[in-house]
Structure formats: C-alpha cells, structure tokens
Design a protein around this ligand. Structure first.
Ligand SMILES: Nc1ncnc2c1ncn2[C@@H]1O[C@H](COP(=O)(O)OP(=O)(O)O)[C@@H](O)[C@H]1O
Ligand SMILES: [Mg+2]
Length: 239
C-alpha cells in the first residue's frame, strides 16, 4: 500500500514549550492506525501539530507527497487532513444538521454535494438522522461524538485524526462508535485513532504506535502489540 501520510523527525509543542522530540510515523492509504500511550505522552499535541494548531519546530509532515508543515490549518483541511478534537467541540445553539454542514462549508459542489455528504453521514450514524433538528450540544456524549466525527466526514477527508474516541462513554456506546468507525474506514478514509481503551484501539486498528514523553517507543501490528508486555506497561502508566 502507498503511504498517505509520512511524518519524520517532528519536533514541536506550544511556542517555546517542547513536547514532541523527533516523531516518525506513517499511515498507508486506507489504514486505521492506533496511537496509544499514557496521559501526557503527547498524543493530542502530535495531532495538533499535524493539523496545524500546535507549533512545529522542525521535521516534515507529508500527505500524498505534499508538504503540509508550512501550510495553515485551513489549507491542511483542504488537503484532506481533518482533526476530530478531544472534547468534540460542537457549535452551541446549532442543530445537528447545521453542525454537520459546518464541516462542508469549504467544499465545492454547493447544496447537492452537501446533501450527498449528509446522506453518507446519516447512513453511518442513523441516530444523527433522527436528531437532525435537535440542538447538538443537548445530545448525549456518544451522540455528540458521532456528530463530531460526522462533521469531520463532511469535509471529505483522506485522513481523519480522532482524539479520544470513547472518553466518558459507556461500553455499549463505545461498541456502536467502533462499528461506525469501521464503516468509515471501509469507505476508504484512513484513520489515526487515539483511544484510552487499549483493547478497543488495538482491535480496531491494523497497526499501532506507542508514544511516551513525546517519542514513539514501540510500533508494530496491533495483534502483536496486544500481547506485548511493554505495551501493557505503557497502558498502566495511564492509570
Ligand atoms: N496548551 C498547552 N500548552 C503547554 N503545554 C501543553 C499544552 N497542552 C498540553 N501540554 C503539555 O504537553 C504534554 C503532552 O500533552 P498531550 O499532548 O495533551 O498528551 P496526551 O494527549 O498524550 O495525554 C503534557 O506535558 C502537557 O502538559
Ligand atoms: Mg490527549
């Protein structure tokens, strides 16, 4: 499989605060890859650096052969790199459908393309179709997460960065979201997934990276990592 994303030697953080210390990572077209590691390891910061919110001091971010690291966050969205941030961050006092449409406002194709996008999202998350006219922030946490992922999908991503898929959700909802993510991935969208529940993260992904103190410390097929005691050690660091 061809590389979709190639990250090499990435250093960065927040202004003068260095968090990432030489991160390498690659994602092939169509892959779902997990990023795991204890609290404070730098997973969110890496996602922010990829999407253009955190500072990149040096290193390269290449998507389909194009350098993204000098681009603005908005330009990266146009290239197909979409970040679903931790905490969902839906727009208040707006319906589910209007929140979804916010993800598509840059797209060419007008109302017809937007309608097609909504249909795709509603097929993946039937609950959002039922709740289309409801104020998005009055929904349950799981439904808000569906809406946040749906909004990301509306931008027609090549790569979705999903930070903390299941934070605060019940096991039943986590399973529902896991099934939906597999449907998203089956559409050909590549996914980089940060997920506290290592079991879920490794079950959904084909490969995984383990991060610690701003560095990648292990990587390999998810099946192999699931029984790797070093991964368990990194996981236990979280609790
Ligand atoms: N906005 C910020 N400004 C400065 N430091 C931050 C900021 N956000 C996170 N950090 C620091 O960056 C490090 C990595 O945090 P983070 O990327 O959130 O880790 P993770 O997502 O793996 O839990 C932590 O030491 C954290 O305190
Ligand atoms: Mg985080």
């Amino acid at each position: 499989m061809a590389d979709l994303l190639n990250v090499s030697g990435l250093h960065g953080g927040y202004g003068p605060v260095a968090v990432l210390h030489g991160v390498d990572l690659h994602i092939c077209a169509g892959e779902m890859v997990a990023l795991i590691g204890s609290n404070g390891a730098g997973k969110s910061t890496l996602m922010r650096a990829l999407s253009g919110i955190a500072t990149v001091k040096c290193g390269q971010v290449v998507l389909e052969g194009r350098r993204l690291d000098a681009m603005s966050a908005e330009q990266r969205v146009a290239q197909g790199l979409i970040h679903v941030p931790e905490g969902r961050r839906l727009f208040r006092s707006m319906t589910v459908e209007d929140n979804l449409l916010m993800g598509a406002f840059r797209l060419p194709g007008g109302a017809r393309a937007q309608r097609a996008g909504l249909e795709t999202v509603y097929d993946i998350f039937p609950k959002l179709r039922e709740r289309a006219r409801q104020d998005a922030t009055t929904m349950s946490g799981g439904e808000q997460q569906m809406c946040a992922i749906g909004r990301g999908l509306m931008a027609q991503p090549k790569l979705l960065l999903i930070d903390e898929l299941s934070l605060g959700l019940s096991p039943r909802l986590v399973e529902e979201l896991a099934q939906a993510l597999m449907r998203v991935n089956a559409l050909g969208v590549s996914i980089l997934l940060v997920e506290q529940d290592v079991g879920t993260a490794l079950r959904l992904s084909s490969r995984a990276y383990v991060m610690d103190q701003g560095r990648m410390v292990h990587t390999g097929p998810s099946k192999a990592l699931a029984s790797d005691p070093r991964v368990r050690a990194a996981y236990l660091g979280a609790s």
